[in-house]
Each structure stands twice: as C-alpha cells, then as structure tokens.
Design a binder for this molecule. Structure first.
Ligand SMILES: [Zn+2]
Ligand SMILES: [Zn+2]
Length: 330
C-alpha cells in the first residue's frame, strides 16, 4: 500500500500573531497572503492536490462588534479590532475562504479554533465554546462542520472535548508519537530543522481521535528562509540563501520519497510563511513532484478528513505509535 502525504496550512492571519506582538509578519493589507493563496490554489487545481486549510473561525466574518462573549479571560477579545474586512483584513477573511471554496479541487476546511486559543492553556469549556462557535459559523456559510482540528501552537485538548465538538482527527507534533515531550535542546532543534530525514508516522487512533503526526516546526515553508516578512533566525543566515533554497527543495522531495517508501508524511506551515519569493518556487516545484509520484501510484494525497480511513486500513492492534515512527533513508 502506498504511503500518504497530507498537507495542512494554517489560515489564521492576525489571530495567530497579534497576541505575540508579531502582526508585522503579515504584508500590508495581507496583500501578499491573498496573492500567494491564489497562486497556491491555481497550482493545486493544475495538479489535483487537495489541501487541509486550518481556518480560524472568526475569519469567516465580514465584520463584527469586537466582542464575542464566551467563557474566556476578560481581556481575551482585546485583540479583536471590532471593524470589518476592509479596515482590518488580518482579522476577517471571507474573501480568502471563498477563494478556497470556489476552486475545482475539494480542499478541506479544518478548524483552527474560533479565535486561536491555545487549547492546553484554557479550560476545556473555552475549547468547547470555540468548537461550537466554529460549527455555527460553518453552518451559516453552508458548510458541513469541520471534523478535523489543528490546535493552535500544538496545544492539545482532552479528547472528550474534541469528540463532543464533532472532531475526529487532530494534528499532533511527531515527538509525541515517540512519547517524548519536546526536542532536546535549541541547537539540536535548529540542526534537526535543516537536516533531519523526514519523520513518518502512521495516523493512529488515540482515545477515539485519529492523530496525524507532523514535525513541530514548519516543513512546507521552512524556518531557514524568510517567513512572511520576517528574515530567518540569524543562525541560518551565514548559509548562502541559494543553498538554503536548494535544501528546502530537497527536503520537500525527500518527504514525498519517504511517503513513497511506505510512510505517512504530514507537511505544514502558515499561509503567511509561504507568501514570498524565497519560499514559493520550491513549494510550486514540490506540488508538481508530489502529483507526479501520486500519478505513478507511489503515494496517495489525503487531507486530514480522510485519515480515519487510512487508520482503519492499517493493521489493527498494530505496534504502539512510538514504534511506528519509521525514519526512512533514501
Ligand atoms: Zn470579532
Ligand atoms: Zn495557528
């Protein structure tokens, strides 16, 4: 059976940045994000590649009054501008969601919560409220409720809360599949980002929710090139940019190769990460390569919503997730 490739892209814009004082990572009026999303969607149609878009529910709105209630901390909605998509397009993006929906390719609209809450840092009642609000927003927009979640900043939530909210699939950092807590040291993490062979771990059902495993750091767009408007970490800058771009292209292709060797590889990034000319050409190339390998039967491309089927098809009572983490060498 061929392995699977899953691609998820976080569509959160200002919601994932404002709290951390990083709104300037976005382009002016998020024009670059709008433009690169369109280019990405065109390429996906060219190659018939479906993507899971992890959408913050608030982005569905054209406008709002700046407060949404809920059992959140009193100051939670302070970042909400309470305006409209024309005034603050980083907090409202019905046009981007419409662009995704209007394409020939059946992309998935997964949830990234309603207002980008870190699920492990709040009471489960807040997460339940957020999932309910997302369901209502989907319904108002004529969409089925999301069945997958990408929790903001890898903050996991109790599975009962997810199941009650209709969620069946969750993206989880791969170190958890190994039973580890975090990558060892910052230096170890930086070299891992550059050179680690693509980890692949089969989706696995844990307490009723199918977990799909991705690296903690972004792998579709990469941290060693410009992400949004931010330059890469200084540690990467002595390496010539052309070399870093070749490394990016090589890492993307070998991730596909790892899946072709029987693995399950999950690539991800934020929309703003890829919205520049340092990242995009390699991703463009990767989509073509991925489609070619898929057309030859080497891999399947599965959005997150289809992963329960992958999970069911794999061996019952198989090895523990920790043992499933196969590192594939070319
Ligand atoms: Zn609002
Ligand atoms: Zn996010």
């Amino acid at each position: 059976m061929p392995g699977t490739v899953t691609i998820s892209i976080e569509l959160e814009l200002g919601w994932g940045l404002a709290t951390y004082g990083k709104l300037d990572k976005l382009s002016e009026g998020r024009a670059a994000e709008t433009r690169y999303l369109s280019r990405l969607l065109e390429r996906c149609d060219d190659h018939d590649v479906p993507i899971t878009f992890d959408v913050v529910g608030h982005l569905f709105h054209e406008h709002c009054a700046g407060h949404h209630g809920g059992p959140h901390a009193d100051d939670w909605w302070d970042v909400d501008p309470g305006t409209s998509v024309d005034e603050d397009p980083a907090f409202y993006a019905p046009d981007l969601i419409e662009d995704i929906r209007s394409r020939r390719t059946a992309h998935e609209l997964c949830t990234h919560t309603y207002s980008h809450v870190e699920c492990d840092a709040v009471d489960p009642a807040v997460v339940a409220w957020e999932l309910d609000r997302c369901r209502r927003v989907h319904e108002r927009n004529g969409l089925p409720a999301a069945t997958s979640i990408v929790p903001p900043r890898h903050g996991l939530t109790p599975s009962e809360t997810l199941l009650d909210g209709g969620i069946r699939v969750e993206r989880v950092p791969h170190y958890r599949a190994r039973g580890e807590r975090r990558p060892a040291t910052p230096v170890r993490k930086l070299t891992e980002i550059l050179f680690e062979r693509h980890p692949s771990a089969s989706p696995c059902e844990v307490d009723g929710v199918v977990e799909t495993y991705s690296p903690e750091y972004t792998t579709l767009a990469v941290p060693y090139l410009r992400t949004g408007r931010y330059p890469p970490h200084p540690v990467y800058q002595p390496i010539p940019r052309a070399v870093r771009r070749r490394l990016h292209a090589w890492n993307l292709r070998r991730g596909v190769d790892a899946a072709a060797a029987g693995g399950d590889v999950h690539f991800w990034c934020h929309l703003y990460d890829l919205a520049n000319e340092q990242q995009w050409p390699q991703i463009d190339d990767f989509l073509g390569y991925l489609a070619k390998r898929r057309d030859h039967g080497a891999v399947e491309i599965r959005p997150m919503r289809e992963l329960p089927a992958v999970c069911e098809a794999s061996e019952p009572d198989a090895v523990e997730p920790a043992e499933q983490l196969g590192i594939v060498i070319e």
